[in-house]
Design a protein around this ligand. Sequence first.
Ligand SMILES: [Zn+2]
Length: 499
Amino acid sequence: MKKEEAVQGFRALMQEINHLTCMEEEMMWDTRVNLPPRGAEYRSELMGYLSGQKYKLKTSPRMWEYLQELSQYTFDDVILNRMQEVARRDYDRLTKIPADLEARYAKHGIMTELIWQDARQNNDYESVKGVLKNSFEFKREYARCFGCDSVMDYLLDNWEQGCTTTQVDGIFSDIKGYVLPLLDKIRASGKPYSRQKLQGFYPREQQLALIHDVTALVGYNHEAGRIGESAHPFTLRICPRDDMRFTVTIHETDFTNALISSLHEGGHALYGQNLAPELKGTTLAWGTSWGFDEGQARFFENFVGRSLPFWKYIFPMAQERFPLLKNTTAEEFYQNLNAVNCGPLRLYADELTYNLHIILRYELEKLYYDGKADVDELPELWNDKYEEYLGYRPKNDAEGILQDVHWFSGWIGYYQCYVLANCYDGHFLHSSMKDIPDFWEKVSRGEFDEINDWHNRKVRCTGNLYSPMETLYRFSGETLTAKHYIQYLKDKFEPLYGI
Ligand SMILES: [Zn+2]
């Protein structure tokens, strides 16, 4: 095979894979937003067909031949080089796992989530303990296929390329070192903030109109996307740059849920809408990692969307839609929106304690894989850690270890990505403020052009062209650290609670 022939063949194959991925996204949108109940069966067959086709292409002899041929040359083309790197990583990942293991795991996965749903409803950990053990052990088998001694290191790298337990341990210990003593001070402050005070009646149509305006304000291009409604919010990259859609879930008793989550999903969408045109239609037209994509989302959700400058600007817009807010000030609203609550459920956690919910899950995964705790002991350890970190002991396993689907749907060793995303946000803020010193003044005036321009040039445009750690280094000159995130928490929560 000639060099030129290999380059062209490889590009065409990668384009085919990308087309299939975009079709999957399109079909996923239809499945979650429009599908009539009776269409579900055939839809799952179609989805299975598409992912099977993609698997075949990624592991095909053709792919292997191209990769072998191309590896003999060096290219100046950074896009071509990275596409090879990603394709090789995929090829290795998929071909090192025996088909028999994949088949056993797929079968196991289908029933696990269903058993978990019943177990949570009936507060019955015993009934799900066995399948949870199998889920954990499957991951050990996967790690063995790659010759990894540390299952956690394997899982971490799988979700966030280049990430290790040593690195995450250090970051988590820094965050705990700041957040735990701060929580004691917050409890002692006696401030009566509460999210309950935000409750009222906020009509659906008015919420959707506000979401439209606010997402447009922060830069979401409605000409290159759609906002739909679904049971759980999500974002899909149907065509990066030109068609980035997301959904919201409206609750009429509290408009902040859907509004803040539209900023989260809108953050994911902004990442895709602002990719460099050269990456469009390639397999690199995606976020560089789960953590990075989540970081872009959480930056607009939390750093911007729960800040006082932002609420000072958008509160009159909200008051216009919802007259019952007329007797409240933006400042009071901001305080209640950011009330720190030490409850048992991750999904209802505030921005500060959210980190502890994640850290303790990661710590339990590590205990399991280090052989220091078995599934029998996990519920008790879960509750002990909640008591130690949050001062609240879950009343039962339904509000304890059974609350999240992650461990029962294959997302073991994933949780840390949420906190790593917060740390990436710390870097985004710290670095962007060097170029935009009046960042918060701009937010308080609803001016997002310069802020978006910074994110577009430094982060979004390169998509998956560089690994996450390289992307980080390129805009910040730093390696991943929690220090900027901790500084952000300090600047926000200490004044909020008068500490
Ligand atoms: Zn997200």
